[in-house]
Write a protein that binds this ligand. Structure first.
Ligand SMILES: Cc1ncc(COP(=O)(O)O)c(C=O)c1O
Length: 471
């Protein structure tokens, strides 16, 4: 039976690719001198967890106590539940460890929870914020040392060490940028471990990780363990941020075309939100989408309802003679077509090209006796509005989704446009109203200044978005 004979919707797991990914990450960890404790939240699958152990992992990381229980009952005996524990979950965690005999390691970033763990017999990591700003103690704070000291007393618990997650590595656009995040995570964690050791607190292990950071890290000196998760399959997000190649993606969803109306610029497949993530992926590397169709770069998985997936193309004519009901398509999850120019690039182009265009236009019109600032304001407002409209209706096939894609850029453009329009309104009113006319003469330069500040803020935003990814 060929893969395409399988009844759909079906998840296709490309075992050869997965095994290659496991080998590659195991080799990387060895070369970097760290142990691997992969995050199993990506697959939630006992067989794949066992395969990771076969490929050298020392244990697994899990996201929920239910996952911990399933893996422990399946005989995977060394697990970290990498989610901040609160006192209310301690009894359940102890029960799992007691009933299965597994070593269950929990994660804490709160002094009260750390005190509550005393006497639990559990292994405990201190969660540290390495720059992702989601959970974890601030390593520069006294509070971080106070929690570490409480754990370091080891009153009926084992203090394993410190743990961080570099989720902000997903905001990068290349391996070089991810390597910078990895190095900053390493230096924050190693620096904090040294600070604790100087304070007499024993830190046995330093655990870090996210797939983009570990895939890019050049050096992990001082770190003992890495916890990448996504690498087992990768996905289109990882391709788009330069973390892996398209050929490294180890899962896809096989779907059947179930509706394609004549003249429509979309068709419907039997893979919806239940089969594909509704997560539209990162916004900083291009328009978001819920998936890409393998070998069909002009198609986008545009919207998902529970069982329906709507696949769109820009222009109905491009679907003529393609995709009749019963055809199969292979969808790479959480992806979008790479053909459209990334908004950040377009926005940056406007930020660079905009001012000279405006100034040129303004000097020409000035000869026709229209004031420089009035011209700047109006041309700026028109361009901003055109750019926002362009983002919304030209770049992405689905206008509703386009509005979302354009949102961060829309905000920046809106700030420009509002400043420009407000300045324009003031200039026109103060010139027209006799009582305001004396003010008019003095406020022109301030209006131009406000416009320039708005422009500079915008340029700064574009550069920030372009270099760092959207926040
Ligand atoms: C605490 C923690 N560690 C490790 C990971 C693994 O990250 P990734 O899936 O990017 O490899 C995650 C993922 O969310 C996580 O939350």
């Amino acid at each position: 039976m060929k893969a395409y004979d399988v009844e759909t919707p079906a998840l296709l797991l490309h075992l050869d690719v997965v095994e290659r990914n496991l080998t590659h990450m195991a080799t990387r960890a060895r070369q970097l001198g760290v142990a691997l404790r992969p995050h199993a939240k990506t697959h939630k699958c006992v067989e794949l967890g066992r395969l990771q152990l076969e490929y050298g992992a020392r244990g697994l990381t899990v996201a929920t106590l239910v996952e911990a229980e399933v893996f422990a009952r399946a005989g995977i005996m060394d697990l970290t539940w990498a989610f901040p524990i609160d006192p209310g979950h301690i009894a359940h965690a102890r029960r799992i460890a007691h009933d299965t005999g597994a070593t269950l390691r929990v994660v804490v970033d709160d002094l009260g929870a750390a005190r509550a763990l005393a006497g639990s017999g559990l292994h405990v990591w201190l969660k540290v914020d390495c720059g992702y700003h989601r959970a974890g103690v601030d390593p520069a704070s006294d509070y971080a040392v106070a929690v570490a000291r409480e754990l370091g007393r080891e009153q009926g618990l084992s203090f394993d060490g410190i743990l961080s997650h570099s989720g902000h590595a997903y905001r990068t656009t290349s391996k070089a940028e991810a390597a910078v995040v990895a190095e900053s995570e390493r230096s924050v964690m190693v620096g904090f471990a040294e600070r604790l050791r100087r304070d007499g607190i024993s830190v046995r292990e330093v655990s870090v990780g996210s797939t983009p950071a570990i895939a890019a890290a050049a050096d992990l000196t001082g770190v003992t363990e890495a916890r990448p998760g996504n690498y087992v399959f990768y996905d289109r997000t990882m391709v788009l941020i330069g973390c892996c190649e398209p050929a490294d993606v180890g899962v896809s969803v096989l779907a059947t075309v179930v509706s394609h109306q004549p003249g429509a610029s979309h068709f419907v497949v039997d893979a919806g939100a239940l089969e594909l993530s509704k997560d539209p992926g990162p916004a900083h590397v291009g328009p978001q989408a819920m998936g890409a169709v393998k070998d069909e770069p002009d198609l986008t998985v545009a919207t998902l309802s529970q069982e329906h997936g709507v696949i769109r193309v820009a222009g109905a004519a491009r679907l003529d003679g393609r995709f009749t009901v019963g055809d199969k398509v292979e969808i790479i999850p959480r992806a979008r077509a790479m053909s459209a120019p990334p908004p950040a690039v377009a926005a940056l182009a406007w930020a660079v090209a905009g001012p000279p265009i405006l100034i040129y236009g303004a000097t020409r019109i000035r000869r026709g006796k229209i004031g420089l600032h009035v011209t700047l304001m109006s041309v700026s407002a028109v361009i901003e509005i055109a750019v926002v409209a362009g983002f919304s209706f030209l770049m992405v096939p689905s206008p509703r989704r386009a509005a979302l894609v354009a949102l961060p850029f829309f905000k920046i453009h809106l700030a420009f446009a509002v400043t420009a329009l407000a300045g324009l309104a003031w200039q026109l009113t103060s010139r027209a109203v006799a009582r305001l006319r004396p003010l008019h003469r003095h406020t022109g330069p301030y209006v131009v200044l406000a416009w320039c500040l708005a422009l500079l803020t915008g340029i700064y935003n574009y550069v920030f978005l372009y270099v760092m990814g959207s926040p």
